[in-house]
Design a protein around this ligand. Sequence first.
Ligand SMILES: [Zn+2]
Length: 327
Amino acid sequence: MSITPTIPLDAQGVHHGFLKLPHSRDDSAWGSVMVPITVIANGAGPTALLTGANHGDEYEGPIALQELALNLQPQDITGRVIILPMMNMPAFSAGLRCSPIDGANMNRSFPGRADGSVTQKLCHYIATELVTRADIVLDFHAGGRTLDFLPFAAAHILDDKAQETACMAAMQAFNAPYAMRMLEIDNVGMLDTEVEGQGKVFVTTELGGAGTTTPKMVGIARKGIHNLLIHAGILTGTPVVEPSQMLDMPDDDCFLFAEQAGLIEYLVSLGDDVARGQPVARIWPADRTGIAPVEVCAKRSGILTARHVPGLVQMGDFISLVAVKVG
Ligand SMILES: [Zn+2]
């Protein structure tokens, strides 16, 4: 195992340190990648693994987890909380979604490889040393620089219905303004899939995005951690419960993609209701005048749940997610 923690993972108390991965390179022949980690433990109880910046340009989770790592005390809990606010440190340091070291997308690289690239080694360590210790895993995501989302916690449809029920209950406990039964475009290589494959309870989020944070989105992250740790039996206290709208993604008709490049004009905003066939956006030519824009129309009725952020789109870019309100 080339990654070593600089702190004990199984000791009582509070320990702040790093996962240290040797990374020999031009500017540092015997250098290391240092991924910050905090472990807080008190007595026998469940273990929660809380991760942020799986994608390096998503900041809501890292802020809420930095705060938790600073403030959570052993006497507050029963069990253990393992916190990685900046799990994909190389990408986070660069302000990028993917690692600049190997170009890899961490959330497409699980379960990783012990003898692989930097990202693969990190994934392998997380999968074999951290997920294995956990009963419940919360992995924060947001839209990053190129997407913006309504704030939701999400859980997946699973073959194991008892596990699915446990994941959905944890998602509801997080109590984001929206709760999503999530369909992935491609779930191969995701931390989600690894955690679920190990039979654990998994919750993820999409909380805003656009390459920055807002007080509202960080507040949702902070409240969700608190509620989830109570739900897991690690923290005592009363959860803060506010109205939450259940959403579903029944099939691929939820997704709209650009079939041409251009200048995108959104015609509806996040949270707006849209009808099947309604234009969600139109794409103007970015390189000439005198040509009409092309409309991108909803394939189903629902609520605009995610959108592209930059003003220009390339062919194949994700345009929007239209989810369906349940109940
Ligand atoms: Zn992400």
